[in-house]
Ligand binder design. Structure first.
Ligand code: GTP
Length: 386
């Protein structure tokens, strides 16, 4: 063999070795990126039209945090966020401030009372509660017979508070229930609402709120309609070490995913399972039926303790009709009022509770991860008047 032949052979061997080393490096890199994610086989989802629960894992991928996740976030405590968010509530104070200034004029004329009525209606308090409040205010200011700001403020505060309903039970009922089999089941929460009201964000924030209370949580991404929703939820979960059960297939049966999420919660002895659903318009009968089915299927694994309807506070009265239809289909147990930061439409709290007979339990006050807080009527009214 010539020298040139030897050189060619040596070069060929070197290239081969480089290629083999490269392939090994790539494969091990991919494996470590997948980390602890448990990927279940992407089998076809059974449509389970007859409301039969699917075989567990038929549709869902359980995403776990890698065991050695470097830093998990510690969500803000409930007390801490309430303190911080009070200020945001105050930004929706136009209603209280305006009422206070009119009532302090003394000897109110009919045009003053019309101004009060207009202020209440513009803030979405609704016709019925507005009329009631006007009547009580007329009587009480007459009896009071003074324009002393502190006294007027006190009357207004107590009447607004009565309207908001301090006596309503706003607790999230999340204690694990005991099933017929005598075993503890996780408390399950179903989150519903029309498109874009903030459901996925609320589910993520709620997970953080629960983690801050040292509860163990599993999330279910049953919004299989919008692929990004499951990714969005996975990100929320990863940040606080909460597993997210999701479908690999866009358009998979949301009831199957919800079922898998609840079963995963049971098997891992989680305290709470929160299931996100796709946004839907109340006039789409098929989609509303689907919601009923999701709830029925979930409750085969564990009773659904809370059905939270997410309403966008800025849509005001438009949200009312939607809310009624949702309540008919799935027995809503609580309202989450999002985007209450910076809207002057805070009166919707009163209107929606009246129409549905369901309390506002949580309020969204910003886009930050911990901008969700329990709704406290006293704080709300004080913020309106601050
Ligand atoms: N300012 C503010 N924005 C919010 C709040 N809650 C949610 N958002 C924003 O509202 C937008 C919609 O939120 P999503 O959670 O994606 O809404 P969704 O209801 O899941 O949407 P669909 O799945 O399309 O129905 C996002 O930009 C959120 O950041 C809130 O309390 N305040």
């Amino acid at each position: 063999m010539t020298d040139i032949s030897w050189i060619v052979i040596v070069l060929a061997v070197l290239v081969l070795v480089a290629v083999v080393v490269g392939v090994i490096a790539l494969t091990s890199g991919a494996r470590s990126r997948r980390g602890g994610a448990l990927t279940l086989p992407p089998e076809e989802v059974s449509p389970f039209e007859a409301d039969q629960p699917p075989a567990q894992g038929a549709s869902a991928v359980l995403e776990r945090d890698e065991p050695a996740t470097p830093t998990l976030e510690r969500p803000e405590s409930v007390a801490g966020r309430m303190q911080r968010l009070r200020e945001r509530l105050a930004r929706s104070g136009a209603l209280g401030q305006t009422l206070l200034s009119i009532l302090s004029r003394g000897d109110l004329t009919e045009s003053d009372w019309e101004e009060i009525e207009e202020t209440l209606l513009l803030a979405d308090v609704g016709m019925g509660p507005t009329t009631e409040l006007m009547e009580t205010l007329r009587t009480r200011t007459k009896v009071l017979g003074t324009t002393d700001p502190a006294a007027v403020r006190e009357v207004l505060r107590s009447e607004l508070l009565a309207l908001v309903g301090p006596e309503l039970d706003r607790t999230l009922h999340l204690d694990p229930a005991v099933g017929d089999d005598g075993l503890a089941h996780p408390a399950t929460v179903l989150v519903v609402g029309v498109n874009g009201t903030g459901k996925t964000t609320t589910v993520g924030k709620l997970a953080r709120l629960l983690v801050a209370e040292d509860r163990t949580v599993v999330l279910g991404a049953a919004d299989t309609f919008r692929a990004a929703a499951a990714d969005q939820l996975s990100t929320w979960g990863e940040r606080v070490g909460v597993p997210v059960v999701r479908s690999e297939r866009e358009g998979a049966d949301p009831a199957a995913v919800a079922f898998d999420a609840v079963r995963t919660g049971r098997e891992s002895a989680a305290d709470v399972v929160v299931v996100d659903t796709a946004g839907r318009l109340q006039n789409k009968a098929g989609l509303m039926d689907e919601l009923g089915k999701i709830k029925r299927v979930m409750s085969r694994e564990a009773p659904v303790r809370e059905v939270l309807l997410v309403l966008d506070a800025t849509t005001g009265q438009n949200g009312m009709r939607q809310a009624q239809v949702f309540a008919e289909v799935v027995d809503v147990t609580g309202i989450v009022l999002t985007k209450l930061d910076g809207t002057a439409k805070g009166g919707i709290v009163v209107a929606v509770q009246r129409e549905l007979g369901v309390p506002v339990k949580l309020v969204g006050l910003g886009e930050g991860p911990d901008d969700l807080a329990p709704f406290v009527p006293e704080d709300f009214v004080d913020a309106l008047l601050s």
